[in-house]
Design a binder for this molecule. Structure first.
Ligand SMILES: Nc1nc2c(ncn2[C@@H]2O[C@H](COP(=O)(O)OP(=O)(O)OP(=O)(O)O)[C@@H](O)[C@H]2O)c(=O)[nH]1
Ligand SMILES: [Mg+2]
Length: 195
């Protein structure tokens, strides 16, 4: 898919500022620094649509990106970074509960993981939110370019096992660096939007 006019609608600090728009939404979540913002820039072919930074987890906002008035990509701030306070963790949990519980526009959840690492409890928790609310989900393993060839199969299998992915839950190998997996990811997004 060629994206023509993507833009950030709002970085919303709370549910009152979520956009008043009927567009379907695809939510993207993953640990801090995993490469979510890079992925957004990669699939939209923009350099600076989403902020790629080195201050992990600084923002506690849901970023709503309008993609050609077709759908919204919702970037969830990175979770699970080292010095998150307990209060922030609770706020994060409440924000996600509120989003998944109330937001009718939600159509799918993309969990972004780092292909090099074993997914964490936080990733599993995210997946459980989605399963509980019956939201279609897919996992994207990014930074594939950092794997040795001998690690590819092994690491993807470890991600599947750790996250207890079912047969019909896709795992998409991806790299922003190499633009790997872009088409597969668009196909997944289109499938989620059709439902
Ligand atoms: N080699 C490689 N590096 C990547 C890839 N994707 C992202 N990075 C790098 O990983 C770092 C973090 O990327 P971001 O896109 O800012 O990560 P994020 O998940 O948005 O981080 P938060 O917003 O803090 O949660 C940056 O230095 C990126 O350049 C990839 O596919 N391959
Ligand atoms: Mg980011």
């Amino acid at each position: 898919m060629e994206v023509k006019n993507p833009y950030l609608v709002i970085s919303a600090p709370d549910s009152k500022s979520w956009p008043d728009s009927p567009l379907p939404e695809i939510v993207m979540a993953g640990r801090s620094n995993v490469g979510k913002s890079s992925l957004i820039n990669t699939i939209t072919r923009r350099k600076n649509l989403a902020y790629v930074g080195n201050t992990p987890g600084k923002t506690r906002l849901l970023n709503f990106f309008n993609i050609d008035d077709v759908f919204m990509l919702v970037d969830v701030p990175g979770y699970g970074y080292a010095n998150a306070s307990k209060k922030m963790l609770i706020q994060f949990g409440e924000m996600m509960e509120e989003y998944f519980g109330q937001r009718q526009q939600k159509k799918g959840l993309l969990i972004i993981v780092d292909a090099r690492h074993k997914p964490t409890e936080d990733d599993l928790t995210m997946i459980e939110y989605a399963r509980y609310h019956n939201i279609p989900l897919a996992v994207v393993a990014t930074k594939m370019d950092k794997l040795k060839r001998s690690e590819v199969k092994k690491n993807l299998e470890r991600i599947r096992l750790t996250l207890e992915l079912k047969e019909d839950e896709a795992l998409i190998p991806f790299s922003s660096e190499k633009r790997q997996g872009v088409d597969a990811l668009w196909q997944m997004i289109e499938k989620m939007l059709e439902q």
